[in-house]
Design a protein around this ligand. Structure first.
Ligand SMILES: [Zn+2]
Length: 189
């Protein structure tokens, strides 16, 4: 497929996917909000690129806060991992939806990481919740979100690279493992 065709897919898919892909991410939060009985609510906020709203919840313990705030990224990680593992030739396929989902996941993570680095955005922003839950500085949370996104983006272009594949998986697992910090933090309350 010519380069221009690929670019068109990636661009069109990303635009088409915005609403549905954001819902996927939010559904991750909602599952745990419901599981923890945290009574979720919705507050509209503006964040440029995606039609955006913040899911609010009642105050919860650090471990639950970490889990609820992380869950949107976990859904993204799972989706990207599935696509990149099952469809190594994705870049050459006619697949605007799959390409759009992957591009959305990467861009959303980059956007969240940016907010985490400058520690700015709505109070409900995921990276702040993760930082409070695990008791680590928010910019480090940004690193843990940015690393898998950059590596997944690279995997899309270099699907044969085992090093990239395992680095990206390790980065995702590393982010999830911060839950150990959140559990420790939980115990100290
Ligand atoms: Zn979120």
């Amino acid at each position: 497929m010519p380069r221009w065709g690929r670019l068109q897919h990636e661009y069109r898919g990303t635009l088409d996917c915005r609403g549905r892909c954001a819902l996927l991410h939010e559904s991750g939060h909602l599952v745990f909000d419901a599981a923890f009985g945290a009574h979720p609510g919705v507050r509209k906020v503006s964040a440029g690129f995606i039609p955006f709203f913040a899911i609010t919840h009642e105050p919860v313990t650090p471990l639950k806060e970490f889990t609820i705030s992380s869950a949107g990224f976990w859904v993204q990680h799972a989706g990207s991992e599935y696509l990149l593992s099952r469809r190594p030739n994705l870049r050459d396929e006619h697949a605007p939806v799959a390409k759009g989902l992957l591009a959305f996941n990467v861009l959303t993570s980059v956007m969240y990481a940016g907010a985490a680095f400058v520690q700015h955005g709505p109070l409900e922003r995921d990276t702040r919740g993760i930082a409070i839950g695990a008791d680590i500085p928010e910019p480090w949370v940004g690193v843990s979100i940015l690393a898998p996104a950059v590596l997944d983006g690279a995997r899309y272009y270099r699907p044969r690279s085992r090093a990239l594949r395992w680095a990206s998986r390790a980065a995702k697992i590393g982010g999830v493992m911060l839950i150990v910090k959140a559990a420790e933090n939980n115990g100290q309350r």
